[in-house]
Design a protein. Sequence first.
Length: 375
Amino acid sequence: MPVTFSKSALLLSLLLGLGQAHAASEPAPVALAARLGIPHPAVIAHRGASFDAPESTAAAYKTARDLGADYLELDLQRSKDGVLFALHDNHLQRTTDVATRFPERKDSPATAFTLAELKTLDAGSWFNSAYPDRARPAFAGLKILTLDEIIDIAEGNPLHKPGLYIETKEPRQFPGIERELKEKLQARGWLIPPGSTPTKNEVAVGQGTGKVILQTFEKNSLELLQKEMPQVPKILLLWVGEGNIEPASNVPFAKSGEKDKAAYYARQQPKDKAEFQRWIDYAKAQGAIGTGPSAALTQGGEQSYADLVKPWMNQYTHEQGLLVHVYTLDDAVDYQKAMDAGVDGIFTNRASELLKFYKRPAAASVEQVLRNNGF
Ligand code: G3P
Ligand code: CA
């Protein structure tokens, strides 16, 4: 007897079929992030909540943590006496009072200072001077933090444990830093055994398989990180310029006629499509799980670079099975543009704003969180 379908049965089976097709066609980056235990889309607090508090200090990291950021981002350096600490710049002048404390050494790199010397510096007052509308008396005297201290902060809120997103900064200055980082993470219980599978965790990423992401602009460091910690997700950071993606034009900023660096960078682009693709292919071949490309910001500013999140770029990266975490966006207009272009997470100085944008608003305001932590 031939099988016949009523109209309603046919409709039902079509709907079920569509449902299955939808489940099977969950976007590949979402599935990849889930496999790795990385939130999608991810909120990466760039140098902590660095819009609201002095970057890379306890105020910035505790605020980012308590707002509910997925990751605390940090730039890793090593002191003269071998201690791993967080600082973005090579030098100390922009974000500390080194010129007052050590006038004759004010231009020395941070790595020329022992931890005890670094700890004498005020890493907060510069923020109060630079941003009087966000200044707070308690920021004065904040200290540079060691990696150990940032791990303590990441572990410090029983209700929300962010992961760490660690950049080997100028790693050629610090031979062996990749191994030292592994040893530190191991000693602190932050290395998940190879082969672990993500579990749904109520207090978030900091207890799962994606609790650490390693990032670097340097090919050599990526290879060393992969050798030392093959099981830890790695991101190759991308920008257009020396040592990274070759630009279409080699005219330097000084001769470009552009009014500021943001305008200059905004016009920069990879030499050609193949040059961009070579970097993605390289990242994949070295075991990276994704890339961290730069972006041009609508408002310009110091953190506005070349636009490396054009839809075709993200599509190519996804086709290679990699994620895209773009740096560093602070405004809803740029969040929206990046999400529309297909990114999988965003580095931001304003974790509170990005969480709001992703419809995961923090339970408390930035002001309340700062106060709760004694700032
Ligand atoms: O690590 C991603 C982003 O932080 C790269 O830029 O210069 O702020 O470290 P930068
Ligand atoms: Ca960084």
